[in-house]
Design a protein around this ligand. Structure first.
Ligand SMILES: [Zn+2]
Length: 204
């Protein structure tokens, strides 16, 4: 098979239509064969039966619809798919912690103490309950601050930000973040309702 087999082609949604991951062309195709996903076509019809999808009959495709080819056939791949209920085990688990890069995306490079924006180089992962006192690296205990605020805070806990409220950790659930090789498709944006991240961000 050739075509888009290794490339990320498909945004995967859970049963509540929230992003839960991304699929490569090959994996999207396997899910189609297993009938474990439903697919949105270009007119936002949700196609339940993958035989209908494969028949191409009455399905609208994007001009740049990803596909796989075998010897004599083109197999179009959905760009947005929804997991069927019986395939919940495929749901991606919430990560336990996050890198500085991902925190920058989630918080839009904004320090959670002074609320100014900084370049990534001037930001740091803040452990709300200090590491030196046994604080963990878990999501509930990390946030993003500028280096200056981080230094002022030291190991004080609790600590109030410039709005006089306790510093907050990562908002849950953590939005799915595509890796930097993923070509973002415009039809994906509307499913990212946690507007903390802009998936069209060119730093991705
Ligand atoms: Zn700051």
């Amino acid at each position: 098979m050739s075509g888009h087999s290794e490339k990320i082609t498909t945004l995967l949604l859970d049963g509540a239509f929230l992003p839960t991951g991304f699929l490569s062309g090959k994996i999207a195709f396997l899910h189609l064969l297993k009938n474990s996903i439903r697919s949105f076509d270009a007119k936002e019809n949700l196609i339940d039966n993958n035989l209908d999808w494969f028949s191409n009959d009455g399905i609208s495709f994007y001009e740049d619809q990803p596909y796989l080819t075998s010897k004599d056939k083109i197999w179009f791949l959905p760009t947005v798919a929804v997991l069927k209920k019986n395939y919940i085990p495929f749901l991606r688990k919430t990560p336990k912690t996050l890198s500085l890069t991902k925190l920058c995306l989630i918080f839009d490079n904004t320090c959670q103490i002074c609320f100014d924006k900084y370049r990534k180089e001037d930001l740091t992962i803040e452990h709300i309950f200090p590491r030196s006192k046994g604080g963990t690296r878990d999501l509930e205990n990390i946030t993003l601050t500028c280096k200056k605020c981080n230094q002022n805070k030291k190991d004080m806990y609790p600590f109030r930000n410039s709005k006089n409220i306790n510093i907050k950790s990562v908002p849950l659930p953590v939005p799915v973040i595509p890796n930097k090789h993923t070509k973002i498709r415009p039809e994906w944006s509307k499913f990212f309702i946690y507007k903390k991240i802009n998936i069209n961000d060119n730093r991705l």
